[in-house]
Each structure stands twice: as structure tokens, then as C-alpha cells.
Design a protein around this ligand. Structure first.
Ligand code: SF4
Length: 243
């Protein structure tokens, strides 16, 4: 019987070698995320720590790498950790079956779009693990802060997450398309367009699919949003890197 969530892979993080897990959710109950719409969500979580504990103590590098938005760095990561916490607890309890060829065939049949890294950096998980899922779905969005270090083959599937124009140029010169979070009043660069959902909230990632890595599509920028304290921390971070 079809379940809502599956363990797709367990193994050593490509970032620091510690044990992590990839969990896919949303096969029956679609996410309530109004921005992403109906995408299968993917959660990359440390096997050793509850996500909030890991984030608070900086034990999240196995899944976040050196992302500057981490709670222990600038404290501006947009992910609400209560969801990964609940997923982690269900995983530890053994509630999730293994993802198998049966679910892969289902993915291929319905072509559900995938969101790489609803939490965690997709590049912590080997590309060989993702590729059958990518091929079966054919539709995806995803981002990596690990673009300087990761396998360059990821360029065809992921956007490089960047936070300044020089950083965007560096990534673009290396062949990445970029996704840049900007202050609410900041202008776009010539080669960027605003996220389609921010432009008009009837647009959702599940059908927009602009953030799907290397192609002839434009680079994307989006205005920072979320909890006030996270926005405030992010704006301080932007100021610090512009000085
Ligand atoms: S541009 Fe499209 S795919 Fe990218 S975040 Fe915005 S709505 Fe989602």
C-alpha cells in the first residue's frame, strides 16, 4: 500500500562523512507549502541529531555544509525546523518504509515534480542516489550552497544559492545558474528575473520549474521573507558581506 513518506537512502554525507538520511514525503498528502505547490519534498537529515539540536549547536554541517544562513552562523535559514524535527522522530521510530522500484515506477507514471532539499543540501547525498528519482520524475527544482565544492554534474539540476552580485558572477562564470536572495528594496541584476511566485502568488514551483539548474532560463532573485528575526539577521549578513 502506498505510504506518504519513504526512506530513499541512508549513508555517509559527501560533505563530512557522518551518517545522514534522505527521506521523501508527499506521496499521498501534498505539502501545505503554498509556494512550492504539489512537489514531492526531500529531507536530508543527520541520523545522529534532532534537527533543532544540530542547528543550535552547529552539528548540521553534514547536511548544510558551510551555508552561511545556518542558525549557528547568521541565524537566517528560512526552514521551519519543526517539520524536519517531526520527520526525524518518525524516522528514528522506524515509521518510514524503504523507497523501492514500486514507488519509482509510480513517480514515473505520475511525473510528480521533486523539490531537492526541502531541508539540507542535496549535494550531501550522492548524485547516483538522486538520478533514478530525477529521471523518473523529470521535473524538479533545487538549490545548493555547496556549488564551489560539489560535483559539477549537479549544474544540470540545481541552482547555485548566492547572496551578492560578485558571488552570483563567480557562480555564473563557472556555468551555474544562480538563485539570489535580496533585500526587499534591492534592484535585480540585468540577467535576473524575480521569482515567479513573488511576482504573482498564483504561480507555484511545481509548475513554474524555473529553478531547475543549467539551461537557457534566466537567473532568479527573490526578496527575503519569513519570520522577522530571520529577515533581520539576513539583512545584517548582507550588510556584512557588502562592506
Ligand atoms: S522562480 Fe519558480 S521555481 Fe523558482 S522559486 Fe520562484 S516559483 Fe519556484
Amino acid at each position: 500500500m502506498l505510504q506518504n513518506s519513504y526512506v530513499a537512502w541512508e549513508g555517509a554525507s559527501l560533505i563530512d562523512g557522518s551518517p545522514i538520511v534522505l527521506i521523501l514525503t508527499g506521496f499521498i498528502i501534498p505539502t501545505s507549502n503554498r509556494k512550492t505547490g504539489r512537489q514531492i519534498q526531500s529531507w536530508i537529515i543527520s541520523q545522529n541529531y534532532v534537527p533543532t539540536y544540530a542547528a543550535k549547536h552547529g552539528f548540521d554541517s553534514s547536511i548544510c555544509g558551510s551555508c552561511p544562513l545556518r542558525l549557528s552562523e547568521t541565524g537566517s535559514c528560512y526552514v521551519n525546523l519543526l517539520t524536519p524535527n517531526n520527520i526525524y522522530r518518525s524516522y528514528i521510530t522506524g515509521n518510514y518504509p524503504q523507497f523501492s522500484d514500486k514507488e519509482l515506477a509510480l513517480l514515473q507514471h505520475y511525473r510528480y515534480p521533486i523539490r531537492f532539499g526541502s531541508y539540507g543540501d542535496p549535494t550531501a547525498v550522492p548524485l547516483e542516489v538522486w538520478e533514478p528519482i530525477i529521471l523518473a520524475s523529470g521535473k524538479y527544482t533545487g538549490y545548493t550552497h555547496n556549488w564551489r565544492e560539489t560535483n559539477s554534474l549537479w549544474k544540470q539540476y540545481l541552482m547555485a544559492s548566492v547572496h551578492s552580485i560578485p558571488e552570483a558572477k563567480e557562480a555564473q562564470n563557472q556555468g551555474w545558474r544562480t538563485f539570489r536572495i535580496i533585500a526587499p528594496d534591492a534592484p535585480l541584476s540585468d540577467n535576473e528575473i524575480l521569482c515567479r511566485h513573488t511576482e504573482d502568488d498564483r504561480n507555484q514551483c511545481s509548475t513554474c520549474l524555473l529553478c531547475d539548474g543549467k539551461s537557457s532560463k534566466p537567473n532568479i532573485a527573490d526578496k527575503i521573507h519569513g519570520l522577522n528575526w530571520k529577515v533581520s539577521n539576513f539583512l545584517k549578513y548582507l550588510e556584512s558581506i557588502s562592506n
